[in-house]
Write a protein that binds this ligand. Structure first.
Ligand code: HEC
Ligand code: HEC
Ligand code: HEC
Ligand code: HEC
Ligand code: HEC
Ligand code: HEC
Length: 493
């Protein structure tokens, strides 16, 4: 009997139990599903990302919800008991070990607790690994990451995890990444992410802590031999190749001669710059601090300092290698590659020109592109027996490099390595960057400063070597003072 004379409650009203029962059911259910999924993942490993998402993301989430409900149910019950049963809260835990029932309960509680701790340990270990995996980064939020995830297997870093570059070692950046991940979950849930994702990424982890974990900059030396194969836009798709000795060089005197392209790498000297646009394609001011501490400042005639807005960046790997893992090929280079690999038959008349023109046109969706590529090619080559293979090859190029749903393709993401389709090196090495007295300029116009042309030309011509280097014979005629990227935009010329 309670104080006011009402009979003491013998059972809780149904709704108060419901939360506890539901919580317990959900919690037990999720532990069971987790064990099942874990067994599946361990015994029959597959690359299906949804298994991981389910096991290490959704199920633990359900467990949390279940435990939450259970706790809420218990609190509600306690309150109810306090209110209706005389203001005295029941003790939290009461075990009278002389009672066999209590002993059984204790054993059950300890066994359950140990199992639960084991569950938490395995789940959090696997979740941590899963949350750093390529599958999680690339496929958990499918739409926004699709372009990068699609391009990534075609890069030199196809076997490097996204997190090796985007997070790197150490707990600090892991936590930072997860916090920014929460913001991304919000953006994806409410469809608020930007299309395309803008680069350069602000707050990208400095290259010293990511790239340089694997690429030890002190070790770079020497030249690289590179062959560039193109096909001209004439009826016979004449092959045109350039073979370069790229003076990659290095910047550590204890490992080799200092100089060449990797001289910029900040091992002993530092280069700083100010960009006047968000994409860092226009660089009107550069400062060089060499190993003796001598400072040289270069600027273009148009540069007007604005201390309130100017941000001084220190040049690092990413200022040249800004597309190391997700290269969206432009139509011209993608078609060249497919022709070189034999996916597109080089004997089809004017096929280079036709394919590039079709790929350069804008399409609203991937499906529209698929259809219009087929009709476009059919309109030109319908009678040709090689037509269907050609359509498939061009559609494949589109699928791998164009993402209308994310408004992403080669035009949205400049590639700063080189100078043909984007200003790249010529953002600084264009002859316009001079010291205040006008006496010195950043090396430019000298085509042999960065590479030597060992061989070049159409067809057989390109087999004639000259180790001393040749002057560039441009297949598109005289170019005067124009920058390469003024004409070569990557699309149809
Ligand atoms: C070798 C290092 C590396 C790896 C591996 C890598 N990235 Fe990147 N990622 C970069 C760099 C560098 C940038 C561009 C930085 C810039 O321009 O600011 C970038 C940019 C991005 C962007 C911004 C949009 C864009 O296309 O530039 C996204 C999204 C992205 N990466 C996702 C991924 C995903 C998903 C994976 C794994 C499938 C991955 N990255 C693997 C280095 C890497
Ligand atoms: C976890 C190790 C790792 C990290 C981190 C890493 N790389 Fe690499 N990188 C590799 C491997 C492995 C290769 C492939 C080497 C090969 O194919 O010979 C490679 C190749 C390259 C190449 C040659 C590309 C080519 O087409 O031949 C460049 C350039 C490069 N990495 C730049 C970078 C940059 C820039 C970063 C930082 C954004 C970076 N790497 C981060 C391991 C790494
Ligand atoms: C001034 C621009 C620039 C900077 C800065 C730069 N690189 Fe490079 N790097 C190049 C060029 C150009 C090549 C040759 C590209 C090619 O093969 O097409 C190259 C080649 C490479 C290669 C391939 C070497 C090989 O032998 O295959 C690696 C790896 C590399 N860079 C890593 C780095 C890393 C790591 C950093 C930062 C510490 C860095 N680079 C900084 C321009 C740069
Ligand atoms: C942010 C400006 C900037 C960019 C971008 C840049 N450089 Fe440089 N580079 C400099 C400066 C400054 C110097 C030193 C002045 C000089 O030697 O003329 C230099 C020097 C060099 C040197 C001569 C090193 C030596 O032996 O003394 C080479 C080679 C070179 N750069 C190649 C490249 C290549 C290749 C690229 C593009 C992948 C590139 N640079 C992009 C600013 C830049
Ligand atoms: C500041 C350094 C630098 C200077 C100066 C320079 N180049 Fe290059 N060039 C490069 C780099 C780096 C690449 C390789 C790009 C890559 O690997 O994608 C390249 C590539 C090329 C290619 C091959 C491109 C292709 O896709 O076929 C040609 C041709 C070329 N350069 C011609 C020239 C000519 C002509 C000049 C003089 C007007 C010149 N370069 C001056 C750095 C330079
Ligand atoms: C005035 C415009 C113009 C300028 C500037 C220009 N090109 Fe070209 N280029 C052309 C034309 C037109 C063709 C012939 C295209 C064809 O037949 O497919 C061509 C063809 C080429 C090709 C072979 C075909 C291809 O698609 O790659 C290379 C390589 C090339 N140019 C490199 C360069 C380099 C490097 C520079 C800068 C040093 C440069 N071009 C500057 C117009 C230009």
């Amino acid at each position: 009997m309670a104080a006011d004379g009402t009979p003491a409650p013998t059972s809780q009203p149904a709704y108060r139990n419901r939360a506890r029962v539901a919580g317990l059911t959900i919690a037990l259910g999720s532990i069971f599903s987790f064990l099942l999924l874990l067994a599946l993942d361990v015994l029959a490993p597959s690359n299906n990302p949804y298994l991981g998402i389910l096991a290490y993301l959704v199920v633990p989430l359900f467990l949390m919800v279940g435990l939450g409900l259970l706790i809420v149910g218990m609190i509600v019950r306690r309150r109810w008991v306090v209110k209706h049963a005389g203001g005295q809260p029941p003790p939290l835990l009461m075990l009278d070990l002389t009672q066999p029932r209590a002993r059984r309960r204790l054993v059950l509680l300890m066994g359950g607790g140990a199992l639960f701790l084991l569950f938490v340990a395995v789940a959090s270990y696997r979740s941590y690994h899963f949350s750093e995996s390529v599958q999680f980064c690339g496929q958990a939020c499918h739409v926004p990451m699709q372009p990068e995830f699609t391009a990534y297997p075609h890069s030199a870093h196809a076997r490097i995890s996204c997190s090796a570059c985007h997070i790197g070692p150490g707990a600090g950046w892991y936590v930072k990444a997860k916090i920014s991940g929460l913001r991304q979950v919000y953006a994806v849930t409410f469809n608020k992410f930007e299309r395309p994702i803008k680069t350069p990424i602000k707050n990208l982890r400095p290259a010293q802590e990511t790239c340089e974990q694997c690429h030890w900059p002190e070790k770079f030396t020497g030249d690289l031999d590179r062959l560039y194969t193109h096909y001209l836009s004439d009826a016979s798709n004449t092959p045109f190749t350039v073979r370069l000795a790229l003076k990659v060089g290095g910047s550590d005197p204890t490992h080799g001669p200092v100089g060449g392209i990797h001289w910029h790498m900040n091992v002993a000297n530092r280069i700083e710059y100010i960009a006047s646009d968000d994409r860092r394609q226009v660089i009107p001011w550069v400062r060089m601090i060499d190993r003796q501490g001598v400072v040289t400042e270069y600027r273009t005639p148009k540069f007007k300092p604005d201390p309130a807005k100017d941000v001084v960046h220190t040049m690092d790997c990413m200022d040249c290698h800004n597309r190391p893992a997700h290269i969206f090929q432009n139509p011209s280079e993608a078609v060249d590659l497919s022709m070189m690999l034999g996916k597109i038959d080089t004997a089809i008349p004017s096929v280079k020109k036709t394919a590039v023109e079709i790929l350069t046109k804008p399409y609203a969706s991937a499906e529209e592109a698929r259809q219009k590529i087929a009709t476009g090619i059919n309109a030109v080559y319908a009678k040709d027996p090689r037509c269907s293979k050609l359509i498939a090859a061009v559609q494949e190029i589109y699928r791998d490099n164009f993402f209308p749903e994310m408004k992403t393709d080669w035009k949205t993401h400049p590639n700063n390595l080189g100078h043909k389709e984007w200003p790249g090196c010529f953002r600084c090495h264009d002859g316009e960057h001079k010291t205040a007295d006008g006496q010195q300029s950043i090396k430019a116009n000298d085509c042999t400063a960065c590479h030597v042309i060992l061989a070049q030309g159409r067809g057989e011509q390109s087999r004639q070597w000259n180790p001393l280097g040749k002057a560039f014979e441009h297949p598109g005629g005289d170019i005067g003072d124009a920058k390469c990227s003024e004409c070569h935009t990557g699309g149809a010329l």
